[in-house]
Design a binder for this molecule. Sequence first.
Ligand SMILES: Nc1ncnc2c1ncn2[C@@H]1O[C@H](COP(=O)(O)OP(=O)(O)OP(=O)(O)O)[C@@H](O)[C@H]1O
Ligand SMILES: [Mg+2]
Length: 309
Amino acid sequence: MRELRSRVHQEVSKVVMGQTPALDALLAAVAVGGHVLLEGVPGTAKTLLANAFAKAVGLDFARAQFTPDMLPSDLTGTMTLRGGDLVFRPGPVFSNVLLADEINRTPPKTQSALLEAMAENQVSVDGTTHELPSPFMVVATQNPIEYEGTYPLPEAQLDRFLMKIEVGYPEADQELAMLRMSRDGVRPTAIDDVAPVTGADELLAMREQVSSLRIEDEVLDYLSKVVAATRSQPSVELGASPRAAVHLLAASRAIAAMAGRDYVTPDDVSRMARPVLNHRILIRPEAEIERYTPADAITASLRSVVVPR
Ligand SMILES: Nc1ncnc2c1ncn2[C@@H]1O[C@H](COP(=O)(O)OP(=O)(O)OP(=O)(O)O)[C@@H](O)[C@H]1O
Ligand SMILES: [Mg+2]
């Protein structure tokens, strides 16, 4: 997977400067069948990255802009009349990579239609169940600063995302490199040059390889203690769920594979703890006022557990 990673990175870097952690998260997610939430202010290449990633891994891509008036059927599809027959017209969820842009701008009913599709890899419309393609992966984006007119995802729904990645501003030299890129007006022309360097078959084979990666009992025990520690931090209202533990294991396997190893180290676990757990931990209001964050709680949890040697 290490070699595949470098192929994908090289291809995506034709249009996106930097944003390596976000790209690795997308790769890890596709390697374990997970979904990613990208959080960042406007104009930080979230959409561009998701698009370039889908092209580079040779998967088809659909984008749905989540708006306040969006209906579940705008996502899943509808029954329509064609030549006198009722036929199913699939919505944008029927793609390998679905970019759910500004997921927190749509009311709960549509959000949960998406989260149901994510959890079950199928949707039902008018009583008929339709399988989603494989791989199927949601890349959702949300803007952290606008609260007005938004519907924050409930904890139970956030828990379904493998990772939440904060997409920030590029480094100064990356921003300069971005400005030097050739453009057609404001559109980067290189997006047309991004070509597939892999495909669904190789990705699914990689998924099998990642799932079978070795993990020693000591490392597994470490992982489970770290997750449990988030639940007993004094400033934490809601700690990481058992689902979070499963996701942390999967993500740790994925980065071990990306590093070219066939075993998971405690370091893999501690590196993935933040992106995998940060969106699932709820801080007590009194600690939040003191600016204590989920990241602080994760750091404290990691410190409280002895790292196996
Ligand atoms: N790291 C970057 N590398 C290359 N181009 C970038 C980078 N960051 C921003 N850009 C430029 O900014 C444009 C806007 O990016 P994009 O539309 O992907 O942002 P976004 O994060 O999806 O914003 P929004 O939250 O408003 O949807 C891109 O088309 C690209 O030209
Ligand atoms: Mg966007």
